[in-house]
Design a protein around this ligand. Sequence first.
Ligand code: FAD
Length: 471
Amino acid sequence: GVATKEHDIVVIGGGPGGYVAAIKAAQEGYNVACIEKRGALGGTCLNVGCIPSKSLLNNTHLYHTIKHDTVKRGIEVGEVNINIAKLQTAKDTVVKQLTSGIESLFKKNGVTYYKGTASFVDANNVSFAPTDGSEETILKAKDIIIATGSEPTPFPGIQIDEERIVSSTGALALKEIPKKMAIIGGGIIGLEMASVWSRIGTEVTIIEFQNAIGAGMDGEVAKTTQKLLTKQGLKFMLGTKVTKGVREGETVKIEVESVKDGKKSELDADVLLVAIGRRPYTEGLGAEKVGLDIDNRGRLVIDSEFRTKVPHIRVIGDVTFGAMLAHKAEEEGIAAVEYIKNGHGHINYANIPSVMYSHPEVAWVGQTEEQLKEAGIKYKTGKFPFIANSRAKANQDTDGFVKFIAEAETNRVLGVHIIGPNAGEMIAEAGLALEYGASTEDVARTCHAHPTLAEAFKEAALMTHGKAINF
Ligand code: FAD
């Protein structure tokens, strides 16, 4: 018969949710195994998501700055060129370093790493089919954590070939700079890819069904973002529906129509990126064999302790409810293990930051003005522009603002929305304020170093209830 190995906990999927859960479980003294089929740990995030996109974003930003933004800084450079092969190698190198880094962490913490595909046999047994084709094993476990993640949502009728018609995975790996790129979807992934390629010469058009970009951003921030990205050369077609996208040789023909009046038009591109969102991934998992519930959006259904209806099978990350973000998956990985060990764990879903790594960056946490209006909650805002911040001025990088939203009566921080240089780092301070239940007075009375961008954060907090000093 098939060989059986026993573990206390088996984790299915080695992405940010799964690998963090596995390490945490090992640290808590469990005999834990993690099964991952892609051949590398780190999941979507490290292999084809967060990390490769940030490598390309950072390096194309540097290129763009050196090429277009040095003269007024008193720096004279010669000819500046992009070497796309090396740009991609730099990206691949960091991905390799980080994914193999997790393998070392597994060794250090004593997590058993199984390279292959997991599939349920029954509620306590998972079959493991090794990637190298060697014999199948049954892994028996007391507790099982599913962290199988997500995949790009396909666009009905549009065939992805990852060459001319690409998902984010193909868009991260292009070997040539396209002359023209069209992107379906003005969400974070679409806009980050738009930034990468447009900075190195691609003419990018973003086609978005909604009348605003940046799904979920505060309305005022989304408008400012669109304005700044337009200034950088991105073209937006909002309120526009794609009806067709087909490859014809080396070009892609796209047909669109206006959502409002049905007016049709056509465009073509060298590359069409489909970036309309991601959907939970459970293919081949055999969830049905143990009777796990899957909702109409493909998500594995769980209770507040991450339990499926088979209580010792828990689910975390993109494959279940909530924001599809790496840090959300990681928090859930920790909390799920805490539930197994102690019967309680903690995540504050009202305090999960979002960041778009364009330039300037956009970052937010807590509630938007739109959400508060809808909930009928009275609030005040304080908004400080980076143009009035000394560090931003010195850096010649002054686009954007910090906006605080505070409860009208108490000044309690309800949300912070930033568009500006380093917004993604600065939002951590907002998260701390929210977590500690701070008021904007608490933030405004905290000494911030001068000259830093974070002073804009402090002054925006002050402006919800007092007057800014520098604006
Ligand atoms: P995943 O990372 O998807 O990992 C699941 C893993 O499970 C996969 O490696 C898969 O191979 C494996 N698996 C699935 N089924 C099986 C099976 N049956 N057997 C064995 N293994 C299996 N998030 C951020 O927070 N910040 C960002 O900047 C950011 N940028 C992104 C950019 C892009 C282009 C994309 C696509 C995503 C980005 N994300 C970002 C989202 C982030 O990648 C995900 O939220 C995160 O990876 C989810 O983690 P996870 O562990 O739930 O799933």
